[in-house]
Design a protein around this ligand. Sequence first.
Ligand code: FAD
Length: 628
Amino acid sequence: MEIERHEYDVVVIGAGGAGLRAAIEARQQGKRTAIICKSLFGKAHTVMAEGGAAAAMGNVNSDDNWMVHFRDTMRGGKFLNNWRMAELHAKEAPDRVWELEAWGALFDRTKDGKISQRNFGGHEYPRLAHVGDRTGLEMIRTLQQRVVALQQEDERRHGDAEAYIKVFAECTVTRLLKDGDAISGAFGYWRENGRFVLFDAPAVVLATGGIGKSYVVTSNSWEYTGDGHALALLAGAKLINMEFIQFHPTGMVWPPSVRGILVTESVRGDGGVLKNSEGRRFMFDYIPEVFKDKYATTEEEADRWYTDQAGNRRPPELLPRDEVARAINSEVKAGRGSPQGGVFLDVSSRLPAAEITRRLPSMHHQFKELADVDITKEPMQVGPTCHYIMGGVEVDADTGAASVPGLFAAGEVSGGMHGSNRLGGNSLSDLLVFGRRAGAGAAAYVDGLRARPKVADDAVEAARAEALAPLERSGENPYVVHQELQRTMNELVGIIRRSEEITEALEAVGKLKERAEHVGATGSRIYNPGWHLSLDLRNMLLVSECVAKAALLREESRGGHTRDDFPGMSPEWRRRLLSCALGPDGSVTVEEEVQPSMRGDLIRLFERDELKKYMTDEELADFDALVK
Ligand code: FAD
């Protein structure tokens, strides 16, 4: 059977913010670059981002700078972050946002014409550059426009717009190919007609986003099946921090068909408050010890903060997401939830109606259309939803390189930057900073190659046979296996975890893995969603196995990993990173790695009093010796 074949220098899998920024960089460095995406071009997850991109530009509060942003990011991640990534991110995010503006992005402005910045949980100053609550859409529009501008340049120079950068949309990659240890290409199929396609390329950048579709209640869309995570594992790379999953505190809880859809944190950033069924602003009861001095303890102080940030502490509704999600979970469990099983998020009593529709147009539209709720007149009902995975491909901070030569990763599919919990707004800036770095890393790798790795025929044949298998058997319905996986992960490895339940989940995932090997899809290869899901199942199961195995081993609670049976945060565990790899029998193995100590100039940015909440006595002694 003939397989369509293309040759590139760099193949970028994913056309969200990370993928587009990586591809632009690789093309700018003169590399022939392909962008592959399984959804329509322009319909990546990044489009859904609402709140904004965090960058310490200091436009609204001139006290802001990269050091404050770095500190906030490390605190948000409970000091488990790859500190080099957090440093690069905080330093480079402003340039990446200004670059977007130069490429045509129309951000909201301050009165004096600068890019406006809004408040968000865990950020000390207003920091999120935004376009109403449609920032991701503007980011993707601008990056796509930049791709088109480069193509127009290529048309003028080479007479072919797609000579150096070409988009392959609605094309799913199912395998990475290798020559010995090194990447040699990628194999996939066209979703529309099921025909196979081979990309021969020495460098692949994974930018495939997250894993939310392994859970029932999620803010993520259909393409978030953990493909890049699984492709990396199958190619021999490692995934770190997979136990850390962010449950966003505010997803819609009703009606059932839209459960999990995101209610942006901007609602709280712009003044919205959380209340229980008794009408109490309960977040004041949930300020953890490590944040006690930074958050208001009375409603009066919290309300004053919106107009006077220098003289007051932040409202506890703006605590990092893991804290707010756990608090909502506790209120609902204690019987103080809303009628549909969430809590109330009220902006209607806090801002004039016109202001709400101006600042939060998408939220107004979303609730009116989907739940028949007018948020200018009544509160929303919200509850936690699986939103973001902090874990992902272990990469070199500076280049995005994974441990497999020729493999790079950026954006949500990569791990380390956000530690155990991501701050809102830090993903969009992460995509730009590390997308650019991964594109540059891939281009430099190609430049340094002495010989181009070859695609082996037998590897292509194996990938083809694997992809065809579900169509050639009349096995179990893939949708049934998927639903059971989603339920298992939601109920047993969700927001609050305990040993017996995770063990039960692992047994269930093991059995589902066996069943997934026998699922069958009826019909042909022409646009066949049952077949596509059969192939995606391998990825969701592998990723779920990583999440559950790492969650079982980490015997502490930190950020997006809460163990009921180990409720405290342990200084000993802080530097221990769990790294997942694929064993020879196809099951996931987990090893411990030690996080390198933070560089002296960076650790000096913190007070000892704060560090002692996170660090061991030994680490504190090192700190004391450093500052002496
Ligand atoms: P994506 O934008 O998801 O792109 C992934 C790409 O990979 C897609 O093109 C997809 O088709 C492709 N792909 C996946 N698998 C394959 C495959 N096998 N073959 C080929 N292509 C594949 N973050 C913020 O910082 N600020 C916010 O305000 C914010 N708001 C959010 C609101 C919502 C509703 C959600 C869900 C998330 C939000 N986030 C926000 C998080 C942020 O949007 C995401 O983390 C980020 O957009 C991920 O970008 P990415 O480039 O890594 O991946």
